[in-house]
Every structure is written in structure tokens, then in C-alpha cells.
Design a protein around this ligand. Sequence first.
Ligand code: SAM
Length: 449
Amino acid sequence: MSETRSPRRFYIETWGCQMNELDSQRMAGQLMQQGILPTREPEAADIILLNSCSIREKAEQKVYSRIGEYRRFKQHNADLLIGLCGCVAQQEGERALSRVPDLDFVLGPARVGELADVLARRRSGERVVATGFPEARQYDIDAISRQGEYKGMVTLIEGCNKNCTFCIVPKTRGPERSRPLADVLSEVRHLLDYGFQEIELLGQTVNHWREPGGTLDFADLLEAVATLPGLRRLRFVTSYPRDFTPRMVEQVGKHENICPYLHLPVQSGSDPILRRMGRGYTRAQYLDLVAQLQAARPDLALSTDIIVGFPGESEEDFQRTYELIEEVRFSAIFAFKYSPRPGTAAPRLDGQVYDDVASERLQRLFARQETIQEDLNQGLVGKELDVVVTGWGREAGMQTGRTPCHRIVHFATGPEPVELGSVTRVRIDSARAHSLKAERLGAVAALSA
Ligand code: SAM
């Protein structure tokens, strides 16, 4: 009789946004609580979880091709379980099980807390589809594996109600739900007690947070979190331009531990395109908000998301976006060609843009942004900055970190490497468009609680 061994190793592959990263930490934590350990080698795993993103079609195709690669491991490990998780799981549901006969289960983003139950059901023979958005959700902050992470991520809002015409997120992550302030504060305090120097608050429209059943808004929450003793660096992502109020701008200016870096997706610099996207703000309103933020915080670095080739985008519309990046001078842009997504409104709009036209616009935008970034980064040469240490460099003796304005820094460790997650002071020696090189000056003491 063959012996069934219980799973001992898991492997998680994560695509997409910070919410997926945090969901992967939550899944890893649940498995570790069962005594199952992580491995970096998928072929050595007994459980493989693919935490997918469906924001663009390419990301969706990638996860299916990966499942195709990993299912071959079942030939030499009959106990291997493969789970499709994340936004493609929610989008595909049952369809994924029919499409891939070897797939063991499908777990949507709002059901991450149920991983242990789903595994137990699979082991007793059921091919489980756990999707949808149940009212009651399991969220155990003690079962989050944050090992090796330099920042502690904390969910503020799940889901999204914005329904931008291009975006699949409301379908995959469900309706917006804010967490109570007391829960957020206790999770942040818990992370500070564990020594995290940097806290990142998460939500698809993080600044739309409201106290459930109450009157407090994101400005009040920022005040409450930023004034917690021992918090050195606070970030939040993603801010929705229309939801940024003057009180929130004031908070960004007021608290030094709120990092001088903000991700503020604009999507397009053209009003007709913004209207078709259903964004609810104009180019002038976006630029006015940028001006308010820069006045409140002169050292603020801004990054943005841009979609090129959205239906109806003419060369003139694209020029407005091009001019906008020249005007704002973002420290980074995340720009993509428009990708039609199922269940969204934009694929039905007229004026679809040819792929080669969109590709050429994207290349032009990146080329211009490269020169802007290089120029901005050159302005930091000679400056002394505190960096939070995020990893090891490719060359021996080098480490990497992030400046408060979120730029990547490579620095020589000196005689003693610096512990990941701690903060060290560096002087910037040279700069390129995507990174800075620095000399390490010394450790910076942790803040006392
Ligand atoms: N909630 C944020 C917002 O609306 O500002 C961002 C959500 S999404 C996870 C991240 C980025 O993906 C978006 O800002 C957008 O630029 C891009 N994106 C979303 N849907 C897309 C699509 N259908 N095609 C191309 N890019 C898309």
C-alpha cells in the first residue's frame, strides 16, 4: 500500500499590485501555521499557489501558461496541489477548472482567509471553487508571514466602487469596504512592536477610506496613524485624484514621517479621454491638486499610471498626456497600452486604437520620461538621505534600499552588512534614470516607541 505523506513545502508566485503581495503573505502565514514551509523551487513544492493579476490580458495569459508548466510536476509528485488564486481566480471561477483538468482549486481575493479549509476540502476529494464576496471574512493578523519584508502592509479598504470604464478591479475585488479605524491602528501598532520602520496603507482608492458607520475620513486616519509613537515612515497607495481633499493635503504637509512620495494615477492628460474613462476629474483639476500637494510638501516626488491607446485617443489627445508628464515631472510613470477587459464598458466604445499606434506612443512617452527622471535624479547627487534597506545587490558587497521619495539606491555595505528593514544614512554619488548609487555613511537609530 502506498503511503500518503502530508504536504511539507509550499511555493507561491505573485503577480500584480501590493494587495496581491499582502494576500500572498496571508496565504504563506496560514500554511506556516500548519507547519508547511516555503520553498524557492516550485519543483520541490507539495502546494503551488499562483496569485494572479487580471488587470491586463497579458497578465492573465501568463498565469495560465505557468499552470501549464507546473502541472507537469504532478508526474513525479502525485500529492502536488495547484491552486489558482487572486484576480484571475475571481474572474474565471469554474471556467478555470474546466480549462485546466489538473487544477485543484480556485481561490478568489475575498476568500484568502479560507485557504486552510479549501486545502482540507481538496484533500477529501472536492475540486473547490471559493470565489465571490462573502459578508463575513476571515482576516487573522497573526497569520501573516511578513518575514524578510522591509515594510509592513496594512489593508485600509478592500474592493473598489469607482467603475472606471477600463478597469476590471471592481469585478475581481468586489465592492468597496473600509476597515474600522480601531482594527487598522491595532495592526499598525502590532507591526511597530515587531520593529517595522515603514508602514504602507493599502486600498484601490486608499484616500476614499471612511470609518464604517461613522464620520471620520482618510485625513483623520492619517492623523491617527502618523502620530503613533515609533512610526518612522508612512506610505499609502493608491490615491484617487478626485478623492483628495484639502484636509488630506494638509496632513501630507504636516507629518514628516509621511514619506514625500505619492502615487497619483492620472491615466490621461486629455479631458475627452478622462471623460470616456469615467475618471471624474479634469486635467486642470489634477494639475491643481498636484500644485496644492507640491506647495504643502516641496520635496514631494510624484508617480503616476498612464494608459495609452484608450478607445478614441487621437494623436492630439496623446500629446496632452505627453505635455502633462513634461509639466508635472513625475519621478516614475507606470504606463501601459490599453487592454480590453471582460465585463468592462470600454471595449464597447468606438475608436479602438491600432496596436502599432499605441506601441509607438508608449515608446515616445517612455523615452521622454527617461530624460525627465535622469534629470530629477541628477539633482539628488551630493545629498544625504536615510534609506530603508530592502535587499542585497547583484554584486558582492552591495545592498539596495529605498529613499523616502521611493527611489532605488545601491550602496556598498562597508565592513558590516546592514540588516534588512533597518534605516541607514547614505550620500548620493551618482544617478541614472532608474536608480541612484551612494556611499553609506552610518546607521540611523530606531525611533523609540
Ligand atoms: N485603483 C487605481 C486607480 O484607479 O487609480 C489603480 C488600479 S490598477 C490595479 C493599476 C493600473 O492599471 C491603473 O491605474 C491603470 O493605469 C492600469 N490599468 C487598469 N486597467 C487597465 C486596462 N484595461 N488596460 C491597461 N491598463 C490598465
